[in-house]
Ligand binder design. Structure first.
Ligand SMILES: O=C(O)CCC(=O)C(=O)O
Ligand SMILES: [Fe+2]
Length: 545
């Protein structure tokens, strides 16, 4: 296939999105080939034969969960600690309700386009959203599915807007079992830890595909919530990525069963003990067969919560292991998750603390010392009109650095070694780039995050509630920096020189910061990997009417 430029791809994605008809619209129009932006790179991992798959994903019977509590807790624990997936039978969600729910999703998707168009939106502020590929403009390849999302908690949309009620009580029972499995008080996860503060329903519709081997129904990912209860029809196609050896295993439809899987946040709060396992849905062949339908119920945090989630390291869970992750807010996590799209990499890795054995940070004393950096202090208005100035002078500076990073969180540096002329030249180059005729800038305009040089307005244009009056040029200057020709012409020479100097400053600064925090000098830079990446982000704020 010929390569398509970032701007052409963006244009084609918009053209598809503007139809508001989703993948179903393509199928209805009679496409016989999958459009290029749905084509995925082949996955080299093997797929397990269905005969082995049936035994790999445990089926847990909740019929006697209250009488034979110990057995059920042990089964839930074993499944959540190993495969991260299980199926539930006798879960008390009525079979008729499950069938009705699937039928309602099918009816919704199969009604005439005019009836669906009013729901088609990417506005995350909307509690009911229908669209194709929530990450259409961010993911490397689109999925062969359309989705209707309904935010059910903390405040559900009005009843007339949505299909019938969902298995919330089942969620509560599952969190009770999982709390006990982790040696925590029964109500801990469901109530104290806030695992049920929010709930979303995602109803997926996977139209039959003319070239199923070229695309995916849902690409490989794990879920940005605590726990997922999934209702699937009898089509099949859901697969979990299991270890030893790494392979894809079918999560086969079992009559009357609901599938449960652990999400990233339960993985986090269980301190790596429960496993959030990657999964995917393969696209299925056409032949005029029915579409696959599934309904995923995500038990999640409240989107607006400012609560900080941390691994539980107390006795009874994880054997009092030191925290594996730093604390994070839902917002921080979502920014990471949404920024990436479903690209198969774990956003939790970003929050992982250095391995316990490799650094002094995991000792009890360092742990009480280190979190000052991680603690989120509310921003206080500065008592003076400027932020503090810190002289880079090692003898006096450590306590100053520590004081400012623990309080204001912002400071200015003087005598930093980056020469003044270079600073001016850099600003002028950014100004020149933005003032150039449009034709000169258009080749750099892209939202493709794989591109090392990206010019665009509002990286989160399609996600934010309101755009910012600003255009931005991002140049990734990490180890594999772009070749000089890739860097925009007007910024080329100066950007390279400027980056060299900023890198030096960065090294000195992380050494100082390590010392200020009582850590070995090379800690932040080398062990904590604070210098692995460098993005130069140049903003241009035109005058506003
Ligand atoms: O459709 C399915 O079976 C799975 C969908 C899924 O993994 C998700 O919504 O996160
Ligand atoms: Fe999922």
């Amino acid at each position: 296939m010929a390569t398509v430029s970032g701007s052409d791809r963006l244009r084609d994605l918009h053209a598809f999105d503007d139809t508001k008809a989703g993948v179903k619209g393509l199928v209805d129009a009679g496409v016989t080939a999958v459009p290029y932006f749905f084509r995925h790179k082949p996955d080299p991992l093997p797929v397990t034969a269905p005969s082995e798959a049936a035994a790999a994903i445990p089926v847990i019977d909740l019929a006697n969960a209250d009488v034979d509590r110990r057995r059920v807790v042990a089964e839930v624990r074993a499944a959540a600690e190993t495969v991260g997936f299980f199926q539930l039978v006798n879960h008390s969600v009525a079979g008729e309700l499950m069938d009705e729910m699937l039928a309602a999703v099918r009816r919704f998707n199969e009604q005439p386009l005019e009836a669906k168009v009013p729901y088609y939106t990417r506005d995350v502020g909307s509690k009911v959203r229908f669209n194709s590929n929530f990450d259409l403009f961010r993911s490397p390849a689109a999925n062969w599915r359309d989705t209707l999302v309904m935010e059910m908690a903390p405040e559900a949309p009005s009843p007339e807007q949505i299909p019938p009620t969902t298995p919330r009580r089942l969620g509560e029972r599952l969190f009770e079992l999982l709390s006990e499995a982790l040696g925590l008080p029964t109500a801990y996860l469901g109530h104290d830890a806030g695992c049920m503060d929010g709930m979303s329903l995602a109803a997926h519709y996977y139209p039959p595909c003319p070239e199923p081997e070229e695309t995916m129904g849902t690409s490989r990912h794990s879920d940005p919530s605590f726990l997922i209860v999934l209702l699937q029809d009898t089509s099949g196609g859901l697969q979990a990525l299991l270890e030893g050896p790494r392979r894809w295993v079918d999560v086969p439809p079992v009559a009357g069963a609901l599938v449960v899987n652990v999400g990233y946040f339960l993985h986090l709060v269980s301190n790596d003990r429960l496993r959030s396992v990657e999964h995917r849905v393969v696209a299925t062949a056409g032949g005029g067969g029915p579409a696959r339908v599934s309904v995923a119920c995500f038990f999640r945090f409240e989107y607006t919560s400012t609560r900080s989630y941390s691994p539980i390291v107390a006795d009874g869970i994880g054997g009092a292991r030191a925290a594996v992750y730093r604390s994070m807010t839902a917002g921080e996590f979502l920014a990471r998750y949404n920024g990436k799209g479903l690209d198969g990499r774990s956003p939790l890795d970003h929050f992982r603390l250095p391995a316990a054995a490799e650094s002094p940070i995991s000792s009890a004393t360092s742990l009480t010392h280190f979190p000052s950096l991680r603690r989120r202090k509310p921003r206080q208005p500065s008592p003076s009109s400027t932020s503090p100035k810190v002289e880079v002078d090692r003898d006096h500076v450590a306590s100053q650095v520590r004081a400012v990073v623990e309080t204001v969180g912002f400071f200015q540096v003087v005598k930093h070694g980056v020469i003044d002329e270079l600073m001016d030249e850099m600003l002028v180059a950014v100004w020149h780039f933005n003032e150039e005729p449009q034709e000169a800038k258009v080749p750099y305009y892209t939202r493709d995050v794989a591109s090392m040089v990206r010019f665009n307005s509002n990286f989160n244009l399609f996600l934010s509630t309101a755009a910012n009056w600003c255009d931005t040029l991002v140049t990734e200057m990490s180890h594999e920096a772009p070749s000089p020709e890739q860097i925009t012409l007007v910024c080329r020479g100066v950007a390279l020189k400027y980056t060299v100097m900023v890198r030096r400053l960065r090294e000195r600064f992380f050494k100082l910061l390590s010392e200020a925090l009582g850590l070995p000098t090379g800690y932040m830079g080398r062990d904590a990997k604070c210098m692995d990446r460098l993005s130069v982000v140049a903003h241009y704020y035109p005058a506003c009417p």
